[in-house]
Design a protein around this ligand. Sequence first.
Ligand code: LM2
Ligand code: CA
Length: 489
Amino acid sequence: GAAQAQTTARTAFVHLFEWKWTDVAKECETYLGPKGFAAVQVSPPNEHHWVTSGDGAPYPWWMRYQPVSYHLDRSRSGTRAEFQDMVNRCNAAGVGIYVDAVINHMSGGNGGTSSAGRSWSHHNYPGLYGSQDFHQPVCSITNYGDANNVQNCELSGLQDLNTGSSYVRAKIADYLVDLASMGVKGFRVDAAKHISPGDLGAIIDNVNSRTGANKPFWFLEVIGAAGEAVQPSQYFALGNSQVTVTEFSYGKELYGKFAGGGKLADLQSFGPSWNLMPSSKAVAFVDNHDKQRGHGGGGGYVTYHHGSTYDLANIFMLAWPYGYPALMSSYGFNRSSSYDTSYGPPHYSDGATKGPWDGNPSSPACFDPSVGGWVCEHRWRGIGNMVAFRNATVDNWFVSDWWSNGNNQIAFGRGDKGFVVINKEGNALTRSFKTSLPAGQYCDVISGDFNNGTCTGSIVTVDAGGYAMMSAPANGAAAVHVGARIGDQ
Ligand code: LM2
Ligand code: CA
């Protein structure tokens, strides 16, 4: 019932890439809150470079990663007032807002006009930064074997802030404290790998000390690669060891098993023994906005372009006890063209985002993978419903009753809280599985939804011995958990 929904932990979040603030608010109220999502990662909310010509123009998504100031009036996603309204409404729905904080650098190039219509030029952001606030002499990142080069030179020509300066640190901290005071619950630190742990730790400590009981959740974007001078583990102790770090190997390894020629049966030992960071430090994800379009280098990832395989990889992630999962929610783009991978979200001719809720009062326009559409992977039934599975099973942080056919059919439980079957083969799988669930009737939340005690999908009966007959279609899954039991409200 309602009381139970309020007390259940929220254990997964979604990146609503390039959504506008008014739409995020509606999504929190109509879907994310009721489905048990913990938070939304939003695109950078600050004033940014406005790109009208060149790669992916007009209005490529990547212009959001070129800050011009920390004003929230305005980014492509909306105004400060709209941002505040979104934060309030999402918080009221039980869903936090995580801000993508671009603090390593400002814009690239020699000048231009911002999303708020103001001018900037090289090393000159009026009222905020001047040449003394950037690393000088200017150098380019060319040597990942040298931490000084990676952290104090320019990433892709983006003007690199002198994060060693107390003035720069204070300006960044003021921005983040302002957001926290508006009710923002956490920060993704963009390009954290390119800020030294000492500099970033000082900024985090400053923000934490000024936000008291509302201390934000931090996850730092540090892409680990063997042999490099900068490693994720160098950041683990920041913020009194409370920070987490993006685990890029997680999605890369899943790609290997779900799409890269390996097999699901190999996943039985998936976790730190695969050279992943400790679970408690990790934000886990199948793909992200960079990896789905091949930005940032290194390896394949499963994306919505893989269709049902993407469902299965996310169902696995949400069922598997490792890390804090981040779901990706996309707009359609053509992966085979590097030009298309730079396209921004669906928009009107003036560049204003045409959001999925535009002109749709009761539900968003989703599930359109073509260019100009919104994909909304977080609303794919199996993916969205597995968030409640993760919430219901979080106290059983272990895998039980593992089964596989030695190939691409696997099943496992989470003790007495849940059980999942994943079938990445061309034939349906129907079998009696040994579970550790209490006897009863459960809703298969992959074939249907569980609402107010009733199930629109298959009903699974667990007998007194824990055995359950379950069916997963070809390239499909089945999942049951104690939060979706027939007769329970
Ligand atoms: C990130 N994490 O560390 C973001 O996740 C990633 O999306 C950002 O790159 C990057 N770091 C910087 O914040 C994206 C995009 C780049 C793009 C930058 C800046 O992947 O291609 O670079 O945003 O907009 C663009 C051009 C690039 C140009 C640069 C500077 O694509 O060709 O380099 O601007 O003008 C000369
Ligand atoms: Ca830097």
